[in-house]
Every structure is written in C-alpha cells, then in structure tokens.
Design a protein around this ligand. Structure first.
Ligand SMILES: [Fe+2]
Length: 297
C-alpha cells in the first residue's frame, strides 16, 4: 500500500460540539463548517438497555435537537470504525435529517469476520453496501465548503479511520487522552504493531492539530475530557508518548489486552454496527432479534 498524501489545512477551524454519553463513555460530535450551516455528525450513539433488550434514542435526539435549533444542514454521518462498545444511531439520525453515511472501505473485512461469528445468512451483505460512502486512504469530502479527508488507521480494528477536518482530527479509537493511552488491539482483525504505526501517522500531523477522542474514562478520577492536540499526545501519551518504541508498545499492549474483559455491549454492538447501525431484519413474526454466539467470540 503506498502512503497517501494528505491535504492538511490548519488554516480552517471548524466549530466542534461534543455530546458525551455517560452509559458508554462515548463522545459524539457535531462538526460545523465555520462559513455555512453545513455540518457532520461523528460517531453517534443509540441507547440500549441490553438486559431488557430495549433501544431508545435520547442521545441521538439531543444531537438532532442541537442541529435543528441551530438551523444546521446535516451533510455527513461519519463512523470512525465499527464500534464494539456502543451502538451507532447513524441511520436513525439520517432518517430524521438526511446526510450521507460513511465509513472506511475495510468495513468489508469486518463484515466478513463478524458475518461468520454471528452466522449471518446470505441476506447480510458483506460489501459495505449498507453505507453511502466507503472511504479509502486519503479520500476527501466536503462539509459545505469545509474540506475533510479520511486517513487509514487500522490496528484497533481493520476498518478504523481518522477523519481530519481543517485543524480538527477525530481519532476514533486510535488514541485516548494522553493519560488514557491507547485503545485495545485484540479484537478479531486487530493488531498492536499495526496500531502503533497508525498512531505514528496521527502523531505526524501538525503539533497544533486538535484531536477529538471517541472515548474517555476519566482515569485516576479526573473529570471526563475529550480534546487534546498532537503535540500533547507526542509529549505525554502514557502508551506512545515520549518516543516509546514499537517493541515497547506491542509488549505492553498485548499484556494489557490479555487482562481486559470483553466490552459489555460487544455482542449487540457488532451485530448492529456491521449493518451501519441498522437492526437485523424482522423475522416471520415481525420481530427483530439479536443473537448471542455461545463461546463464539
Ligand atoms: Fe472501538
């Protein structure tokens, strides 16, 4: 794979509004073109009470209300990757406000992997056709007059992409805040060495680039935070900052990942998010079901 050249433009500062979901420690964003009413939503959350099998939309409705109240026009719904810890609300928001739904083109790899895990039939398409746009490395798109591009950052999952919009980068699960380190790399298709290389790509962006996290868990009891910069991460990230080597990172990451429990919502999240946030089709009774693969993950 030849490295793409990325059209970085630090002269443009989009407005970024964050929405924190305390149930899953996910941060969703509305990113607005400073010169128009155009906006994008990055990594929205659909609420689930998994024990009750109940889905609701409070978090997504807050985003929809914000967009409506500010008279914004939703042009894009971006998923940085197939999340394993929360369900995407992108189709719900799209049904209310329009916009195109995009994810990395390696979604096909993720769909193939989890299509098998969940023994999905042939009606589950593994070609990414549930999305409106499949981004390749370096692909550009526009939010009004705002130029954005997608950057391959596999490692946490094979389909991870960081989206760079002016001086703001939405890093998904490549990086956490400097005191949080990095995301796990042990899901099927994940790889710690690949994640290290992807993080280096992010850290090669300009020092002043604002970085927006997908998750924060408030380590050591601090308040939840989601914004930092490339310069801060390079200097202080506890897993990769201060010039940590790939070997050090891989050893640490693998040892740490071996001790982590599966995310509480991984089973419903994967089944829904590999379908672009849509629930499985109704069965003959008109009801929808999620599966639990026994000893399958
Ligand atoms: Fe993730």
């Amino acid at each position: 794979m030849t490295a793409a050249t990325y059209p970085v433009d630090m002269s443009v500062t989009p407005n970024v509004k964050a929405f924190f979901d305390s149930a899953t420690n996910t941060i969703s964003y509305v990113v607005k073109d400073p010169d128009s009413k155009a906006c994008a939503v990055v990594d929205s959350v659909m609420d689930i009470d998994y024990a009750a099998g109940r889905i609701t939309y409070d978090h997504a409705d807050a985003i929809i209300d914000y967009i409506k109240q500010n008279g914004l026009k939703l042009e894009w719904l971006i998923e940085t990757h197939v999340h394993a810890d929360h369900l995407s609300a992108a189709p719900y928001i799209q049904s209310k406000l329009g916009g195109k739904l995009g994810i990395g083109d390696k979604i096909t790899v993720v769909q193939d992997t989890f299509g098998k895990v969940f023994n999905e039939g042939t009606d589950f398409q593994r070609d990414g056709s549930q999305f409106d746009r499949l981004f390749q490395d370096g692909d550009t798109y526009e939010i009004g007059g705002l130029k954005a591009f997608a950057m391959y950052t596999p490692g946490h999952t094979p389909a991870c992409m960081v989206h760079v919009i002016g001086d703001a980068a939405f890093v998904g699960d490549t990086l956490f805040m400097p005191d949080g380190g990095s995301a796990r790399a042990d899901f099927p298709g994940g790889d710690a060495a690949t994640l290290y290389d992807s993080i280096q790509k992010v850290l090669s962006l300009p020092d002043g680039m604002r970085l927006f996290m997908c998750h924060d868990y408030g380590p050591n009891g601090r308040d939840i935070k989601w914004e930092t910069t490339v310069g801060e991460e390079k200097a202080h990230n506890i897993h990769v900052g201060g010039g940590k080597t790939k070997e050090e990172f891989v050893k640490f990451r693998q040892e740490r990942d071996a001790q982590l429990d599966m995310p509480k919502l991984i089973i419903p999240s994967l089944q829904v998010n590999m379908r672009a946030g849509k629930l499985p089709k109704e069965d003959e009774s008109g009801k929808r079901f999620l599966k639990v693969p026994v000893n399958g993950l």
